[in-house]
Design a protein around this ligand. Structure first.
Ligand code: SF4
Ligand code: SF4
Length: 454
């Protein structure tokens, strides 16, 4: 990849429009000018593929950012829409010959947009509630888990659905409610403690990043992650003071909040003095691995954040590159026929953490499994953090096309490595599945269920 090239100086413009001023201040102008307009990124971009229009492409969005920064256009509603339509999937980065850091540009643009927000009151309230009030606080996440569990198990859910009350919500939220997994207040630490010993001689000491929503909605996957790591020879510690990674904040223009969370995590994990920091969610891992960039302007945190970022790894890569990979037996299939399995990449795992081959390698090591590669498995499924909530139309269009490729595999299992993708794929199977039984699972759960516990 080409190294950073500066082809233009930040213009000295006194913008009268405050949003244009914020964009000029916050955007990395070198990155804007590094884009040489070649268009190699266009075929990789899901929103361009869906719409075919230039402003819905990475090149188009970069051109819009630069035009506003240069004072050639006003940041109007169309500008906001194009910035918000981007999935942040970063499929445009690996294909870019100029190594333009598009992910950083879109985060900077959204950060500037959030300095001058135009949200309705309810959206403003929800953002404040979740970004500031819930995600950063473990005790409140546990309360959320407890409340959701009560809703799911007490019969309230049946009443809400039966009474037609759910119809008060927009259709896409009704759909999401249907596929929500069972929530719990018993996260991985409540179930396993803070230290879990390795099986046999320890290869390394690793720390689990448990996530925020992950530990409420997918606590079972966190538990299986720890046990799988232990089985492969790693001693696992789980720092109790760790907080949300800040990915949803960073992608939604709340960079200062993301930085506050990053500082807490860097401090807490540094104290553990571990060899690796393990993520099992592509969306979280991709921000964790870039904490050094997130905090690069903060001299006091430069060294520590670089230490942190250099140790972050996805579980699949750690198992393949350093683990004693255990034998994975045949599943509980009643037939002796091989089980067909396919895999949907997490965009952030593939495009940012660059772990595309390791999940496939692990799947191929399971007994009696035939791995069927899906056409365009590297294309975003439309989940993209909270994109399927904020941009339901585009998310649904992308999902529908994704499901054509999923169904063509004829797989019995559809695996993925990120909670958001997992829920989106569940929704896809429910709405557009081909009618045959297809189970959607996190890669870790699929592997853990097939461990030979000898
Ligand atoms: S591939 Fe890179 S350099 Fe080419 S248009 Fe896209 S962002 Fe610009
Ligand atoms: S991040 Fe994804 S959606 Fe956004 S411009 Fe790049 S490829 Fe397109």
């Amino acid at each position: 990849m080409a190294s950073k090239v500066n082809t233009g100086k930040k213009p000295q413009i006194n913008h009268t429009n405050p949003l244009a001023h914020a964009l000029l201040e916050k955007l990395d102008y070198d990155q804007l000018t590094n884009c040489m307009r070649c268009g190699f990124c266009l075929p990789a971009c899901p929103t361009f593929r869906e719409t075919g229009v230039e402003p819905e492409s990475p090149r188009g969005r970069i051109a819009l950012m630069k035009a506003v920064a240069d004072g050639l256009m006003e940041p109007d509603d169309m500008f906001r829409d194009q910035m918000n339509h981007c999935l942040g999937c970063r499929a445009c980065e690996p294909v870019c010959p100029a190594d333009v850091k598009y992910g950083q540009l879109i985060e900077q643009a959204r950060d500037a947009l959030e300095d001058h927000p135009v949200h309705s009151l309810p959206v403003k309230g929800m953002r404040k509630l979740f970004f500031k009030g819930v995600f950063p606080h473990r005790s409140r996440l546990k309360s959320l888990g407890r409340t959701m569990k009560f809703y799911q198990q007490s019969g309230l859910r049946r009443v809400a659905r039966g009474s037609g009350m759910m119809k008060l919500f927009p259709k896409h939220l009704q759909d999401m409610e249907r596929i929500l997994p069972d929530a719990t207040a018993q996260g991985v630490i409540e179930q396993l403690g803070t230290v879990y010993p390795a099986k046999g001689t320890p290869i390394a000491r690793v720390a689990l990043f448990r996530g925020c929503i992950m530990d409420v909605m997918f606590a079972g996957t966190n538990v299986n992650t720890v046990k799988l790591l232990a089985e492969a020879g790693f001693e696992v510690v789980i720092p109790p003071e760790q907080v949300c990674c800040g990915a949803l904040h960073a992608h939604s223009g709340e960079l200062d909040l993301a930085r506050d969370l990053a500082r807490i995590n860097v401090r807490v994990f540094k104290e553990m003095n571990v060899d690796y920091i393990v993520s099992n969610a592509g969306g979280c891992g991709a921000l964790l691995v870039e904490y050094d960039h997130l905090l690069h302007e903060d001299e006091a945190w430069k060294e520590q954040s670089a230490w942190f970022a250099s140790r972050v790894v996805d579980i699949s890569k750690l198992l393949v590159e350093h683990g004693r990979i255990p034998a994975f037996r045949d599943g509980a299939s009643s037939s002796s026929e091989p089980v067909v399995v396919t895999y949907q990449d997490s965009c952030h795992l593939r495009n940012v953490m660059r772990s595309g081959t390791e999940p496939r390698q692990l799947i191929s090591q399971v007994a009696n499994v035939t791995f069927q590669e899906m056409k365009e498995a590297d294309r975003c499924c439309g989940s993209a953090g909270i994109y399927n909530v904020t941009q339901p139309e585009m998310a649904s269009q992308i999902l529908e096309h994704k499901m054509e490729n999923v169904n063509a595999t004829g797989a019995r299992y559809l695996l993925t490595s990120n909670p958001g993708c997992l829920m989106q794929m569940k929704l896809g199977v429910e709405k557009h599945g081909c009618g045959e039984a297809m189970e959607v699972q996190h890669l870790v759960d699929f592997l853990y269920e097939r461990l030979n516990h000898s």
